[in-house]
Design a protein around this ligand. Structure first.
Ligand code: C2O
Ligand code: CU
Ligand code: CU
Length: 497
């Protein structure tokens, strides 16, 4: 990330030029309501003037023991149906000792509970907006009809509530939920509106993998924030049009986290719930671990790796065998050397755990018929700041960009169009579907991207073909999951019927 001042200066000048041109091109159709000269990166800090302006993340000091979100208690449950109440609310939360941070949360002050669902169940969610502003409830990764998907047109005003119903038809997966109101998504997520959804099915219940919640099956929500001197989340101040990053990493809302645990295999269900930061994780002893899931569920077989990259909104499940650690400590690291999570191992071995190696997790297939289908939808992701667009357009709630038939697979070509500055990564997400990657730049995807996905992160210049099928009907969003890009209109709509 370091550049010499000289190079930096030159690129800043070039960049400004590009922004000026970009600004005049896009200024007529910008969705940003403050019509002033709102040039990306300029108003906050001159250090934001590069595509590469990502705030450096501080290491965890390992001061606070990790906590895990509560599992939400159903209002009602029987063998084939379940109902929950989910409440968006504001509160204060002691992220730092003795300090009260003003936050948002679901059914609590900060972040949300884990919502457990089972395949085949009829689900009813009673949704309540206890905030003082509009919000929506979006189920990221759930294959549900468009009218209950919680897109920007499904606003609940303050103190409004409604009940939605759907049936869980998809396989076991780790999903999440967050708000989606136009222009406000980034700020609401930043303040704490995010929670996880676990879907289980007979496969996930029978596999010999760790599955005791909070014991060896651990949710890990990664989010970076910037705190003011009095430990508040000032989104307006921290905001960057190209994605807000922070210097302070929270895991499940815990600052300077550490994990104390028995020496055994643990399953980490990692969600990147950050506005824009991508994480690249490894252990400080460079031990191998196994990725067993991607966004939409289990990979066909575990993928052994030493490092894993997780773009905004993506989920991965990994199994780390802590019995293989020499000594009493191992640390999860981001990129070069930022300590994300120091893990302290108790002396006691846990012998109760099943040690059978699971090799078959799933049976996903991508047929030749699908692979050879012609591309029928093309998506060009381009721009930065206020100038972001999809196929040259910004989001318009009155425009349907594409249509597709329910249960029909089409091949979408997604391209991250390189700009004169090199461009930036765009994590592209589609609502209401779990797709499969056919190829990236013409080559079959690596093992870890060959399972079900709802988000694919593309580097500048990269092009991917994906097989997309919607199992329900309705209108769905597709967008860049850098939340500020989404809020700036890097989003479109598809109607499935
Ligand atoms: Cu996480 Cu529009 O979604
Ligand atoms: Cu989504
Ligand atoms: Cu983007």
């Amino acid at each position: 990330m370091k550049r010499s001042m000289m190079v930096w200066g030159i690129s800043a000048v070039v960049y400004l030029g590009v922004v000026m041109i970009g600004y005049s091109v896009y200024s007529n159709n910008t969705n940003n309501s403050n019509g002033s000269m709102n040039m990306p990166g300029m108003e906050h800090s001159s250090m934001n003037m590069s595509h590469e302006s990502v705030t450096e993340l501080k290491s965890s000091l390992g001061k606070n023991e990790m906590t895990f979100p509560k599992v939400l208690k159903p209002d009602f449950e029987d063998s084939n149906s379940i109902s929950y109440t989910i409440r968006a609310q504001q509160g204060t939360f002691a992220i730092f000792d003795g300090m009260k941070t003003q936050t948002f949360g679901y059914n609590g002050d900060f972040l949300g509970p884990v919502i457990k669902l089972k395949k085949g169940m009829e689900v009813s969610f009673h949704l309540v907006n206890d905030l003082k502003e509009n919000t929506t409830f979006h189920w990221h990764g759930l294959e549900v009809p468009g009218d209950v998907d919680g897109g920007p047109d499904k606003v609940l005003k303050p103190s409004e509530s409604k009940t939605i119903k759907f049936t869980v038809k998809q396989d076991a997966a780790t999903l999440w939920f967050h708000p989606h109101p136009m222009h406000e998504t980034a700020e609401q997520v930043y303040k704490g509106l995010a929670g996880m959804i676990y879907i289980d099915d007979t496969n996930s219940e029978e596999l010999s993998i760790p599955k005791m919640y909070g014991v060896d099956d651990l949710p890990i929500i990664l989010q970076d924030k910037t705190f003011t001197a009095d430990k508040q989340l000032d989104y307006g101040k921290a905001m960057n049009e190209d994605g807000t990053t922070g210097d302070t990493l929270l895991i499940n809302g815990v600052v300077d986290p550490k994990l104390t645990i028995d020496r055994k295999k643990v399953r980490l269900r990692i969600l990147n719930g950050s506005n824009m930061r991508t994480y690249k994780l490894h252990f400080d002893n460079y031990m191998e671990f196994q990725q067993i899931s991607s966004d939409g569920g289990f990979l066909n077989k575990p993928n052994t790796t030493k490092e894993i990259e997780i773009a905004p909104s993506e989920r991965v499940e990994v199994i780390a065998d802590l019995t293989k650690v020499n000594g009493n400590q191992v640390t999860l690291i981001n990129e070069g050397n930022t300590k994300v999570l120091p893990i302290h191992l108790n002396e006691s071995h846990d012998h109760s755990q099943q040690t059978i190696e699971t090799n078959t997790l799933n049976d996903l297939a991508l047929t030749d018929e699908i692979k050879n289908k012609e591309v029928t939808k093309t998506i060009k992701l381009a721009g930065m700041g206020n100038g972001v667009s999809i196929n040259g357009k910004k989001f318009d709630e009155n425009r349907i960009d594409f249509t597709q038939k329910q249960n029909e697979t089409e091949v979408w070509e997604i391209e991250n169009v390189k700009d004169s500055m090199g461009g930036m990564n765009h994590p592209f997400h589609i609502h209401g579907t779990q797709f499969q990657v056919i190829s990236i730049d013409g080559v079959a995807p690596p093992e870890n991207l060959s399972g079900l996905k709802d988000t694919i992160s593309l580097k500048p210049g990269q092009k991917a073909n994906i097989a997309v099928r919607f199992s329900e009907k309705g209108i769905y969003m597709f967008h860049c999951h850098i939340l500020e890009h989404e809020d700036n209109g890097m989003m479109g709509q598809i109607k499935v019927d």
